[in-house]
Design a binder for this molecule. Structure first.
Ligand code: GTP
Ligand code: SPV
Ligand code: MN
Length: 588
């Protein structure tokens, strides 16, 4: 068997790779160094195999298209497992398998699975290099697409090996694309072994193991035992005209606006205000020496939703993907330019759709898959924060929870206190999107936008959130937002995107204690006139509708929350149920 130079003498790493080689039986093993030369070589190889398709290199320098198997275009929540010894430790919202049973079942799939293939060994770091808070992972995979994505999304290669040294403290991630058969697809997490085994998918969160698998599922488990939080949150900084910088973290479910919010350009009215991106998907939150909550983005790139991205909605994303980007499942024009629903300009007469089939304007089929994505380096982002590589991260003044809700939930609301904020996060609900397979547009509870990503019992996760209060003497204020409320006719009430700055401004003012608020039964909301609407072409009644709180709708909401809480039985923190009951009692 051909093996490239291992680049390390770490016996734990080499021993484990040997075991994986024995099981998977690849033809050759390549230890990835993360170099530019390696990227070029693997890209050429991927092109020669049709795994990557070069785009028009004048319009998209260094960029490529990948078409995944049409049965493999999103995360698969029903095939994702938390394998703890006790089922109760995974909790009622996670799929569970006993570790022994899972290892045995997956061993059957992995055995001989890389015959005729190359096994790539990817050492990577989640978090800034050298930071004591960062985590090291080794992913072995048979997918060159995974290697090229991991090179964008993480700090990968020699630097990771240097950081690991001779140590044993690394996540062991095994991935094989297999035959991409949904009946033989499993994404299994073994929190107590710091191990992930993923079989049968080559797509995003199923295959790039540093992202959802390590940074959120295993991360949340580590966070609970180590006293920190791993969250599905963007991190952004705002600089006001006086030069004061404030950082916020926001949890919105998949395809509910994190990347857009994190790259927002404030409207003209906010001349002198600047937004900086720290992260667009994941935040690791820890208590700093100063008693504040500090956030780090473990990632080094963006795996963002393509549809809806355009020069008006998100100009910074358009600039970010202007070079050295991998596009997955978008459409292409005959000139080799990318296209998706919601891109600027006229819809082209003819395209090649995401499956590689001819597509004509007016077709009822989507040309780009609704969950088509771009993988782009953070370094391309024109508004990248100068603190992305800061080992300490950034101090967080506000936490925002937001779902995609056509009804009920107002534009913005502030919690009364930490526990009430945790309650707002824990009861969050959102309409499902194309980011996971299954029906879209169905309202479901998605606590803290972590339903698919909690690596342990969500009731214990709620308790961990409640317990954080004692650890954070200067906690961020907690808010809830909803950009997605609609008219009866189904039109969005709030313009969203850059205009979300108007809501963010109120949140910042509240966080700094600069402005009052109106008390309602359910939380603090802006007083009349406190959301700056100048320069916005929107009827005051529309804003009233977006901010309205309807007692009837809230009663139904509070009653429905009980069903969600009840499934956790005795493990459910009483605090949250009591808050629910108190709100309900005040309503009647
Ligand atoms: P993941 O990468 O799946 O975690 O998604 P995300 O939370 O980063 O969502 P993203 O910013 O990519 O937005 C998803 C979709 O929502 C895109 O089609 C956006 O155009 C749309 N969207 C984002 N922000 C807004 C908003 O403020 N209002 C409206 N109406 N749509 C928005
Ligand atoms: C999400 O679904 O929340 C994503 C994309 O960010 S994936 O990496 O596939 O999880
Ligand atoms: Mn996400």
């Amino acid at each position: 068997m051909a093996t490239s130079t291992p680049l390390t003498s770490n016996k734990h790493l080499l021993g484990w790779v040997d075991e994986m080689v024995t099981m998977c039986q690849p033809d050759s093993v390549v230890f990835c160094d993360g170099s530019e030369e390696e990227r070029k070589r693997l890209t050429e190889f991927a092109v020669s195999k049709g795994i990557l398709i070069p785009l028009n290199q004048e319009k998209h320098p260094g960029s490529y298209l990948h078409r995944s198997n049409p049965n493999d275009v999103a995360r698969v929540e029903h095939l994702t497992f938390i394998c703890t010894p006790k089922k109760e430790d995974a909790g009622p919202t996670n799929n569970w398998m006993a570790p022994d049973a899972a290892y045995t079942k997956l061993r059957g799939l992995f055995e001989g699975s890389m015959k005729g293939r190359t096994m790539y060994v990817i050492p990577y770091v989640m978090g800034p290099l050298g930071s004591e808070h960062s985590k090291i992972g080794i992913e072995v995979t048979d997918s060159v697409y995974v290697v090229l994505n991991m090179q964008i999304m993480t700090r990968m290669g020699k630097a990771a090996l240097e950081m690991l040294g001779e140590g044993d403290n690394f996540n062991r991630g095994l991935h094989c694309t297999g035959d991409v058969n949904p009946d033989r697809r499993y994404i299994c997490h073994f929190p107590q072994d710091n191990t992930i085994w993923s079989f049968g998918s080559g797509y995003g969160g199923n295959a790039l193991l540093g992202k959802k698998c390590l940074s959120l599922r295993i991360g949340s488990y580590l966070g609970k035992s180590e006293g920190w939080l791993a969250e599905h949150m963007l991190i952004l900084g705002v600089e006001d005209p006086d030069g004061t910088k404030t950082y916020v973290a926001a949890a919105f479910p998949s395809a509910c606006g994190k990347t857009n919010f994190a790259m927002m350009i404030p409207p003209r009215r906010f001349a002198g205000w600047r937004v900086f991106t720290v992260g667009d998907d994941i935040a690791w939150l820890r208590v700093g020496d100063d008693g504040r909550l500090w956030a780090v983005n473990p990632e080094n790139g963006y795996f963002g939703v393509a549809p809806g991205t355009n020069m008006k909605s998100n100009p910074n994303a358009m600039k970010t993907i202007s070079k050295n980007t991998i596009f997955t499942n978008v459409a292409v024009t005959k000139d080799g330019e990318v296209w998706w629903e919601g891109l600027d300009g006229e819809v082209p007469e003819e395209l090649t759709d995401w499956k590689g089939q001819p597509w004509k304007k007016g077709s009822t089929e989507k040309a780009a898959h609704p969950n088509s994505r771009f993988t782009a380096p953070a370094a391309n982002n024109p508004i990248l924060s100068s603190h992305v590589n800061d080992p300490r991260g950034v101090p967080i003044s506000a936490i925002i929870f937001g779902g995609r809700r056509s009804t009920t939930i107002p534009l913005v609301m502030q919690s009364f206190n930490w526990a009430h904020g945790v309650y707002l996060g824990s009861t969050m609900a959102s309409e499902t999107t194309a980011a996971a397979t299954g029906a879209t547009g169905v309202v479901r509870r998605d606590p803290m936008a972590m339903l698919p990503f909690a690596g342990y019992n969500v009731a214990d996760y709620f308790q961990h959130w409640l317990n954080m209060q004692k650890r954070v003497p200067y906690p961020p204020k907690i808010f809830m937002v909803n950009w997605f409320r609609k008219t009866k006719e189904g039109k969005f009430l709030w313009p969203g995107f850059g205009d979300n700055m108007r809501v963010l401004k109120w949140i910042l003012d509240r966080a700094h204690g600069k402005v009052g608020a109106q008390e309602t039964l359910f939380g603090w909301v802006p007083k009349q006139g406190h959301i700056d609407l100048s320069g916005l072409d929107i009827a005051p009644e529309t804003v009233d509708e977006a901010t309205h709180i309807d007692d009837g709708e809230w009663k139904a909401e509070l009653e429905d929350q009980k069903n969600f809480f009840d499934q956790f039985g005795e493990r459910m923190p009483k605090t949250l149920e009591l808050i629910r009951q108190q709100l309900l009692s005040r309503l009647s």
